[in-house]
Design a protein around this ligand. Sequence first.
Ligand SMILES: [Fe+2]
Ligand SMILES: [Fe+2]
Length: 203
Amino acid sequence: MKKLLVICLTALVTTAGFGQSKPAKTIENLKAGIKGETTASAKYAAFAKKAADEGKKQIAKLFEAASKAESIHAANHSKVLEGMGEKMETITPKFEVKSTAENLKAAIDGENYEVTKMYPQFMADAKDENVEKAQRTFRWASETEKKHFQLYTDALAALTSGTENTLPVSYAVCPICGNTYDNAKAEPNCSFCGTPKARYIVF
Ligand SMILES: [Fe+2]
Ligand SMILES: [Fe+2]
C-alpha cells in the first residue's frame, strides 16, 4: 500500500512538472516578443492615422491590418507565456511618427530585424528547450512578418514612383495567427494555420 502511494505521488509530481527547470531562454524570448509585437501594433496604428491624414488611404489600410496582426502575435505569445505560469510586466510602447515614407522605411527595418535575426533565434531556442507551443507562435509571427516586409516594400516603391493606385484596395488578417493577405489574393484557408477565409478580418 505504502509502495503504491509512493508510485502515485511520483507520477503526480512528474506529470505536474515539479522539479523540472523552466525553459529560461524561451520565457525571456516570449517576453521580448510580446514587447516587440505590442510596440509594433501601437506604432503601426499611429502610422495608419498619419497615412490617412496625408490622404494615403491604401497605405493606411496596410498599417491598420499589420497593426491587428501584431496584436494577434502579442496575444498568442502571451497565452504561451501564461501557460508556463509566467507573467508579463506592463509595457509602454515607444516610437516616433514621421512622414509616411519614413514610417514605411522604419516598418521595413523593424520587420527585417524580426525576420532575419529575432525570430530565427527565438525559434532555435524554443527548439533547443523543446517548447512546441513557443515554436509555433514564433513561427506564425515570423512567417507573417516576412509578408509584412514585402507588403511594406511594395507600398514604399509605389509611394516613391507615384503609383499608389496599383496597391491592394483591402487587406485580410487571419484572426488566429495574424497571417496578412492582399484581400484579392486571400486563400480559402490560411496557409499558416488553416483558418477558413470567412473568419478573416478585412481592412
Ligand atoms: Fe509585422
Ligand atoms: Fe492563420
